[in-house]
Ligand binder design. Structure first.
Ligand code: GLP
Length: 234
C-alpha cells in the first residue's frame, strides 16, 4: 500500500486525477471505477481541465460507479447518476452510453444488483477504482457489518450515514434509506484502487489502514489488496 500525504485538497485532487489520467493514457479503453461524494469533486475538475488541454482522451473509456440510491430518478439532482453527469461526464468526451451506475429505480433491487454485478464482470472489472470513505469506514455503501459482502447488493444505510449525507439534501428532501452498491468483493477485484480522504477522515483512515481487518471497518479490507494508493490531505 502506498500512502501519499498532501498539504491540501487541491494537491490531493491533482494527484488522484494524475493517476486516473495515467491509467487512461496507458490503456485508452480502460474501465474506470468511479465514486461520488465531495471527496472526488476536485479530482473530476482536474480531469476536466486536463481534457480541455487535450492531455487526456476519454472517447474509449468505460466507467462503472460504485453505487446509487434506491428510489431516486436519474434526473433527481440528489441521484448519483445526476451527480456524475453534471460533475464529470458532460464536460469530457466520454460516450454516455459507456457510463454505468446501478438503476436506483429498478422495481426489484435484487434483480438489478445481479444485473449490475454481471455487467461489471462482463466489462472485466475496473482497471482502476476510485474510492472515498465514509466516516464509519464504509466504501461504496458497504456499511459496517458482521461479514464482508461479495457482490453488488441492496444495502440498508446506517443512521450515521443517512445523517452525514443529509447535508447534501435540501430542506424537505428525504434522504433515501437504501442503496444498491458494489460489494466488497466487487471492489476488491479492481486491478488498482485509489482511495482519497480529506482531513476530516484522518481518524477513520488511521483505523482502516493500521487497525484490524474487520467488516466492522469495511475499508480495512483494503489492507489485503495488492495495489492500493491512499491519498490524504491535511
Ligand atoms: C457516500 C458514498 C461513498 C463516499 C462517501 C463519503 O456515502 N456512497 O462512496 O465515499 O459518501 O463522501 P464524502 O466524500 O462526501 O465525505
Amino acid at each position: 500500500m502506498r500512502i501519499i500525504s498532501t498539504n491540501s485538497y487541491e494537491q490531493m485532487s491533482v494527484m488522484a486525477a494524475g493517476m486516473i489520467a495515467a491509467q487512461v493514457l496507458l490503456k485508452p479503453d480502460c474501465v474506470l471505477g468511479l465514486a461520488t461524494g465531495s471527496s472526488p469533486i476536485g479530482a473530476y475538475q482536474e480531469l476536466i481541465r486536463m481534457h480541455e488541454k487535450k492531455l487526456v482522451d476519454f472517447s474509449q473509456v468505460k466507467t462503472v460507479n460504485l453505487d446509487e440510491y434506491c428510489g431516486l430518478e436519474p434526473t433527481n439532482p440528489q441521484s448519483y447518476r445526476y451527480f456524475m453527469n453534471k460533475t464529470l461526464f458532460e464536460h469530457i468526451n466520454i460516450d454516455l452510453r459507456n457510463t454505468f451506475l446501478p438503476d436506483g429505480m429498478a422495481e426489484n433491487a435484487g434483480k438489478e444488483s445481479r444485473r449490475y454485478q454481471a455487467l461489471v464482470e462482463k466489462l472485466g472489472g475496473a482497471d482502476l477504482q476510485l474510492l472515498g470513505i465514509g466516516r464509519n469506514g464504509h466504501i461504496g455503501f458497504n456499511e459496517p457489518n458482521d461479514y464482508f459482502t461479495r457482490d453488488v447488493h441492496e444495502e440498508k444505510l446506517t443512521q450515521s450515514t443517512i445523517e452525514a449525507n443529509s447535508r447534501l439534501f435540501g430542506e424537505g428532501e428525504t434522504v433515501p434509506t437504501t442503496a444498491i452498491t458494489m460489494g466488497i468483493g466487487t471492489i476488491m477485484k479492481a486491478d488498482k484502487i485509489v482511495l482519497i480522504a480529506g482531513a476530516d477522515k484522518a481518524e477513520i483512515v488511521q483505523e482502516a489502514l493500521y487497525g484490524k481487518v474487520t467488516p466492522q471497518v469495511p475499508a480495512s479490507v483494503l489492507q489485503l489488496h495488492k495495489d492500493v494508493t491512499v491519498i490524504t490531505c491535511r
